[in-house]
Design a protein around this ligand. Sequence first.
Ligand code: K7E
Ligand code: CUA
Length: 762
Amino acid sequence: MKKFNKQASTLLLAAGMGLAATAWSADNLQDVLKARGLSQQDLLAAAKTYVPTGKRDEFVTFSSGGQSGQVIVYGVPSMRILKYIGVFTPEPWQGYGFDENSKNVLKQGRIDGKDITWGDTHHPAVSETNGEYDGQFLFINDKANPRLAVIDLRDFETKQIVVNPIYKSEHGGAFVTTNTEYVIEAAQYPAPLENKKFFPLEEMNEKYRGGVTYWKFDRKEGRIVAKDSFSVELPPYWQDLSDAGKGPSDGWSFTNSFCSERYVGGIEKGRPPYEAGCSAKDTDYLHVINWKKAAEVVKAGKAKQMNGHNLITIETAIKEGLLYLIPEPKSPHGVDVTPDGKFIVVAGKLDTHVSVYSFEKIQAAIKAGKFESKDSYGIPVLGLKDALHTQVSLGLGPLHTQYDSKPCVAYTSLYVDSRVAKWNYCEGKVLDKLSVHYNIGHPMTMEGDSTKPAGKYLVALNKLSIDRFVPVGPLQPQSHQLIDISGDKMQLLYDMPLPLGEPHYAVSIAANKLKPAVRYKVGTDSRTDKPHPGAVRAGEEKTVKKGNKVEVFATLIRSHITPETIEVDVGDEVTIHLTNLERAQDETHGFTVSTYNTHASIEPGKTVSVKFKADKEGVYPYYCTEFCSALHLEMMGYLLVKPKGWKPTKTTLAKGNYTEADYKATVKKVADTQAIIDSVVAYITSVNYKDFPDVVAMVEDAFDQLGKTKGLKEKHEGFAAKKDWENANLWAEQIWQYQVKTADLGLRAKTYLEQNGAKKVK
Ligand code: K7E
Ligand code: CUA
């Protein structure tokens, strides 16, 4: 770290001083600037985003993967992509949707008995404790097929998908309440709530509805509990985004809407289109809901059952005093509660203003029963003036707002202007504007919708990249732009192309709040977090055949899969349970069987099953798909699918022509390698390696590998005594295989120690 600061400051110093002094860098730096046509400003931006090799980012961003149905994970400020998490869509690398355990998760997302293998992810949310991101869980919604997913940040895997039982689309999810009691999901396009029920569009007002769903989250189980979840029925206004109250407004939630005109288009019938009819009025409605009260109403048995789900009808919501409306200027898109929970910011995409509502004023009006009117469904409507704190004109097409660590400072995206506006919501004044490229949707600051935003950076999630990147065909990459917000003026630092779906929204969390595991307890089904019934330990591997069902209990460890032959009869249903016995960090094995469309990623300790019907006879290699070790390519086996009634005619395998000389050569190789291992061990133990946890883990793993040679010396010597040179040679060779893995780890540990300043202990 010290080194980094020194280098960075030298770099900046050199730039600032017109590249005068410092011996080591000045000429080089100047040459680079010249050769690459860079300015000082470029250099400054580079220094602010560059994360040197071996160093890590300060923040981790979870970005919606848009139409990919996934989540994209990247670091800030480097903007280096770290992972794609398969959520609503199969993701082959992680075996997601290709092994049985993850298929079970995707199956939860079936609708009306049908697989839906794509999703339109919009808004990720990190779980919160007291309104601060706690880094335990991530939630994300699917707009197209109203669903919500739970990702556990202990392993970054999708654990659960719930289907909204009453909507046909949704948009205002996922937003969590202050202690993640509920995950909020609001509808988008109104439709009949009852499943598979047809009503003509002429009955929009009477039969079509919207709503807001509150999914109950059980943090201990890490799962949503459907039976304890509920929805509040809403008029067929197009509910849009939501946010949960915090601090003084905790217990309440806010959902904006548009098309409160309840317009029905029909361009083909000569009617003006939706875009005209849905934006005709000057105001729409902000829905203000007391969710704590709603939860009590459900508990008291006052909810109706709709498709097996708790629904508080509009009528009940009015009677219980838990639902109010406030006018909001013109076709709003975005509602964001301030970190202190005192204000609610709404931006109208066809208005130049953002409207800042005061929670205190809203409460006072409700308490005083001061309503300006009722809507057509009898819901009390508060006067805009009675609820408003201030309105600020920011520019064209304001959408979403995020917050700074500095009090009262907010950032709002201006879609039409292609700018970010920095402004003060307490005093209602504009502070700065910055152009982005192009047509920004959401802005996103570090921990920007928690009660304690971290400031520092803002990412502009832009809808168009147009001319920013090397062209790659008509479909252009998406664009995330990193902006420095630490000073008074915003500074654009970096453009990141993102080639995987539209970035609607993202959340960033301090990296040190994430505590992901490096391995599973051996035999864990990672999708249920429970012991996998197909798990076995080393030496217990077996193949069991019952009728036409074959079950294989297999293990994987560098560099072999046990068993190495699986024999089945054509037509058998084959299930292979795979347990990764590794304890070493990052020693993942993959698994596939040729042409049977199956794949698994088996991280250390995990057990995964793959299943297929062996419906064609033949010989099908299976192998490890991760280059896990020097002998990775040998980590394979054969699936033999035998024809009906097949009988062997030949019963011995071909032999190698090994001689006594071969055996002796192998024994010598083993002795030489042992000498290398001994010298590495001597080095490692001569320094303070125990002060380096990563090295301690490597050393443990190395000895673990070496431990597997136990008994093999006696074995090869036994065969040698019987002059069985083939077996003698091959068992000696197997010792060497373990030695190679031991040496590999030992050398990695040695390099690490040398590069990280290990000190002699004696
Ligand atoms: Cu794209 Cu939040 Cu769905 Cu606005 S949303 S841009
Ligand atoms: Cu295991 Cu490659």
